[in-house]
Design a protein around this ligand. Structure first.
Ligand code: ATP
Ligand code: FE
Length: 338
């Protein structure tokens, strides 16, 4: 069974081929046009997707060493994401499926981030989490704790009531004048800073939910207050600010995850989404694994941020379950998982 996956939900155009669960290719075209604007400009994103989609899909087929007539189905990201971006991938997938007379499979982007843990690569060890497991899904648009009962059945048991973790990284980075996206930059600078140099406020929220808007305000006020005394405060303390910010975000994330793992008595704990690329968070996962005897699952860097391999693997499992969609199914911009 050979599945082509197409991802275009935000600012990465990606296509991947998966054969019997094994990844043959995963091509990603990033969009540099947004850097100058300090964030993704939706109209520019959809135009760049239009330019990228055909070459990206061709390259994915070529690298996989297959031709389009060998495909069994086309899987595409239906949502959530930017509507203009989703329309490009969705329309292309539909056109391709129609012309090749192939079934179409709609994939939820967030389910894709979670199922990235099931991507198998040739000549690589494969030890995926066992159901049911917990997945901390932390990305640019979402922060949630997902109880994963099967490939098809996922329940969000906690989620952010305001900003996502990735958004907190990006917005605070912007305050310091760092380039977009700020997450990876904060990660790099934090390595040279002290995580306890500054204390930022943490949310007091019941259950497994998250909140990051208070941290953002606390970060902003700390900087504003110090700037009154020292106009070069940010330049002088960038590394410490980054380390302390990152440390606070990780503490907030892990506290609720620990609570969920204890309450539900689950030991298989995974992390997914763009923020799972963060070196501090990855380290915290390893440490939690040792301390609490969790089996922790941390994705390869290539499968943390948006990629079509995770869409193709989700498409593969939906194919096995005969979950196809109609050609007139519209994309959606906002929703929850599965
Ligand atoms: P969603 O999946 O919720 O629709 P998205 O697709 O835009 O959102 P991803 O591509 O999964 O999000 O992740 C992008 C986010 O990950 C950005 O906020 C970025 O700053 C953050 N990020 C990437 N690398 C790192 C890192 N090393 N440390 C912290 N954050 C990071
Ligand atoms: Fe994403």
């Amino acid at each position: 069974t050979i599945i082509l996956g197409i991802e275009s939900s935000c600012d990465d155009t990606s296509a991947a081929v998966i054969a019997d669960g094994i990844l043959l290719s995963n091509v990603i075209a990033n969009q540099d046009v947004h850097k100058a604007y300090g964030g993704v400009v939706p109209e520019l994103a959809s135009r760049a997707h239009q330019q990228n989609i055909i070459p990206v899909v061709y390259e994915a087929l070529e690298r996989a060493g297959i031709t389009s007539d060998q495909l069994n189905a086309v899987a595409f990201t239906r949502g959530p994401g930017l509507m203009g971006s989703l329309l490009v991938g969705t329309s292309f997938a539909k056109g391709l499926a129609l012309s090749l007379n192939l079934p179409l499979i709609d994939v939820n982007h967030l389910q894709g981030h979670v199922l990235a843990h099931f991507i198998q690569e040739k000549d690589h060890d494969f030890a995926p989490p066992a159901f049911p497991f917990l997945c901390l899904l932390v990305s640019g648009g979402n922060s949630q704790i997902v109880l994963v009962k099967s490939y098809y059945d996922m329940e969000i048991i906690g989620q952010t009531i305001d900003d996502a973790a990735g958004e907190a990284f990006d917005k605070c980075a912007k305050v310091m004048g760092l380039p977009y996206p700020g997450g990876p930059v904060v990660d790099r600078l934090a390595k040279e800073g002290a995580p306890d140099a500054f204390v930022f406020s943490k949310p007091q929220i019941k259950g497994y939910d998250y909140s990051f808007s208070g941290l953002k305000t606390s970060f902003l006020y700390t900087i504003r207050d110090h700037l009154k005394e020292d106009p070069f405060f940010i330049q002088r303390h960038t590394n410490d600010l980054c380390a302390s910010l990152q440390n606070t975000i990780i503490e907030i994330l892990m506290e609720k995850l620990r609570k969920a793992a204890f309450d539900l008595n689950i030991r298989d704990v995974a992390v997914a989404g763009g923020v799972s690329a963060n070196s501090g968070l990855r380290k915290a996962f390893v440490e939690h694994g040792e301390k609490y005897h969790w089996n922790v699952f941390i994705p390869k860097f290539a499968f943390t941020t948006d990629n079509a391999a995770m869409i193709a693997i989700t498409g593969y499992y939906k194919y096995l379950n005969k979950q196809f969609c109609d050609i007139d199914l519209p994309p959606f911009s906002k929703t929850t998982i599965a």
